[in-house]
Design a protein around this ligand. Sequence first.
Ligand SMILES: [Zn+2]
Length: 292
Amino acid sequence: MSLVRYAVACGALFAAIPSAPLQAQQPMFTTTRVEGTDNVYIFRYQNHQSMFIVTPAGVIATDPIGLTRPQAVTTYIAEIRKITPAPIRYVVYSHQHYDHIAGGKPFKDLGATFVALRRTKERLEATKYEDVVIPDEVFDERRTLSLGGTVLELTYVGRNHSDNSIVMRLPKEKLIFAVDFIPIQSVSGAAFNDAYPIEWEDSLQRVLAMDWERMIPGHPYIGRLGTKKDVEDLLAYMNELSGEVKKAAHAGKCWDAAEKEVRLPKYASWPGYEQGIASNIRRYCGYWGRGF
Ligand SMILES: [Zn+2]
């Protein structure tokens, strides 16, 4: 099989693109301990990923990734149970999008406390999607969870792909978990749909200023952890595309002509480029061509 559907963003549906062998062969789900750590794991179910941390005092889980597939959540819990009988104390939401955070009820039934940014809770309360657990505890800007010798910092880094995306950082392990707003060497079409493209660059600068070495992404992308170089590359891509679309907008080319004409060949090898760049341009056309 040479083609595989590859969703590189929240809710994204991309046309089939040539796949790396590892994607063509990948099983429905995997649980992987992050190399160099004793207790940090990545749970992947199809094209979504979540991080969990196992401590003697209990488990900190993150996004349930169970939208329209409750079996992903029961599998997630079963995978944790293969590692530890310790209680699952927390479920932390990365942002409000259902494909990452729906389906958490089985965690709730086990007594987990759900934690999210205050704005995430407000968004979820407004829509009341029936398969989303409303957070029990909220924070503004920053919160630190300490459990069984592990420290997990939760930080709001400003508007980007959503207006409520947080970074989860493990200071000792120098690891972060960031979802949807830092695609790794990939062009993410849907990630830009309701994005804040200019503030997004500021939020990437804030992430770069944090102390970390490796990033767990919310989708597998190209099948490895991210680095600061990946954030810099994304920033460069966004900055260059923004500049080109600004020129096109001032030449009266937004929307259609810009979407057809603006291209950044330097990034053509990134998965999702062909399918996603037009919608990235559309968002920048909104900003530079219409003022929103
Ligand atoms: Zn999202």
